[in-house]
Ligand binder design. Structure first.
Ligand code: LLP
Length: 421
């Protein structure tokens, strides 16, 4: 459930008409709903009431400081994958002991910083990484709390570009080698083994792959304990899908029972890293129709938003529902159209031959479910400035990232001395 609804004939974010924000900040812009963020966080964390669980929101889905702060105020921890994200989490008020550091390519500098601030754990993804981490920690006179991310060789049954748990993927250490790898890591001076981590992919709509992966984690925890390791934590990653196209993925409660059935009896702290589930449906991208063009074979609705602002359709064939801001258009007649952006690529297409309402130049539309992997994946391709982000809270709204001017964008480039007049 989200808080983007029609009221008085217009699509609102909570109590604010999106048209009003469009008039104030211009289009395109991302708009997030505080009430929806809080609701999603509570539904997910509430599924683990009474369990020793730590929810670490995966910042990569949306790392705006105001979004992180909203979740931190609810008690959320953070899953980060770079020093940049770690700094954002701290700045937004997440306690270091609620931060986990994931990623296949952590650098020694990033490790040093994370050790300085005292994060909860490193989710280590390879043998070379654990050796470097041990060296860095030893040089600082500390030891690094770690889990190994194991690759359980499970097919997550999601898009190939966001599947991470198959043996062919770059992530984690092979589960078959875990016993040896844990033994070798335990002998390193700067490493303190805490647990086992797994993350098999994103936008999962089926619980079966989770069941298989979590059972593998349970078996591994038991084996590692029998080999003398003190395993007190399991990190089950993120990935639970959201409804983009009307198909409803499993509820957090059903996901929780699968997780707890597998690992609930181990007496471990259970860590989760949800991203999309928390922010996906808490955001929309609002855009204006520039032209409607009737070509020989197709009708094209040309928007002022493009693939550089929301890359999911081009990159993963992602489906985003596109709704008119005016309710009368939503209720009117529909016909097939391609919805496209102004970027000079055929891939800059948001929807092909989709039934769309009768829109005209100047009309506003909202891309639903754009809160996750939207703004964070935007680029300035075609020298289009990053679009602003707005947060709504009840009847208030605020710009939480401003649109840079073209001058600011151009000023990032530097002419070499021999080209300066
Ligand atoms: N933990 C780890 C280690 C991850 O790699 C990810 C996502 C998450 C947690 C959060 O997964 P979520 O709950 O958001 O599914 N850009 C793609 C999605 C990439 C996901 C990357 N890893 C998209 O737009 O579909």
């Amino acid at each position: 459930m989200d808080h983007f609804n029609y009221r008085n004939g217009e699509l609102h974010a909570e109590e604010v008409p999106l048209r009003e924000i469009a008039e104030a900040v211009g289009t395109p812009f991302y708009c997030y709903s505080t009430a929806t963020l809080i609701r999603h966080y509570k539904v997910f964390s509430g599924a683990f009431d009474g369990v020793n669980a730590l929810v670490c929101y995966a910042l990569k889905a949306n790392s705006n400081l105001a979004v992180i702060r909203t979740l931190a105020e609810q008690g959320s921890g953070a899953d980060v994958v770079s020093e940049g994200e770690l700094r954002r989490a701290l700045e937004a008020g997440v306690a270091p002991e609620k931060i986990v550091f994931s990623g296949v390519g952590k650098t020694p500098d990033e490790m040093r910083y994370a050790l300085e601030v005292g994060i909860h754990q490193f989710n280590v993804e390879s043998e070379p990484e654990v050796r470097v981490l041990s060296d860095v920690a030893t040089s600082m006179g500390v030891s690094a709390p770690i889990t190994f991310r194991v690759n359980p060789d499970v097919d997550a049954k999601t898009h190939a570009k966001i599947s991470t748990g198959k043996a062919e993927n770059k992530f984690g250490v092979p589960w078959q080698d875990a016993s040896r790898i844990y033994a070798e890591a335990a002998a390193l001076p700067g490493i303190e083994i805490k647990g086992v981590d797994v993350h098999i992919g994103s936008q999962l709509t089926d619980l079966e792959p989770y069941k298989n992966a979590f059972n593998r984690v349970r078996d591994l925890v038991q084996q590692l304990r029998s080999e003398g390791h003190d395993i007190t934590r399991v990190d089950l990653g993120g990935g639970l899908g959201i409804p983009y196209d009307g198909n409803i993925p499993p509820e957090p409660a059903a996901y929780a029972s699968v997780a707890l059935e597998a690992i609930g009896n181990l007496g471990c702290q259970v860590i989760f890293e949800p991203g999309r589930l928390i922010v996906g449906n808490a955001g929309v991208l609002v855009s204006e129709v520039i032209y409607v063009k009737q070509a020989t074979e197709r009708k094209f609705i040309i928007l002022d938003a493009a693939m550089n602002d929301l890359i999911r359709p081009a990159m993963y064939d992602g489906f985003h529902q596109i709704d008119p801001i005016r309710e009368d258009q939503k209720l009117g007649t529909y016909g097939p159209a391609d919805v496209v952006g102004p970027v000079c690529e055929t891939g800059d297409t948001f929807a092909r031959e989709r039934d769309m309402p009768q829109l005209a130049d100047g009309d506003l539309v909202a891309f639903r479910s754009a809160g996750a992997y939207g703004a964070v994946m935007a680029s300035t391709y075609n020298t289009r400035p990053l679009v602003p982000e707005v947060l709504v809270n009840g009847d208030q709204y605020a710009v939480i990232r401003a649109r840079p001017s073209l001058e600011e964008l151009l000023n990032l480039d530097i002419l070499p001395p021999w080209q300066q007049a």
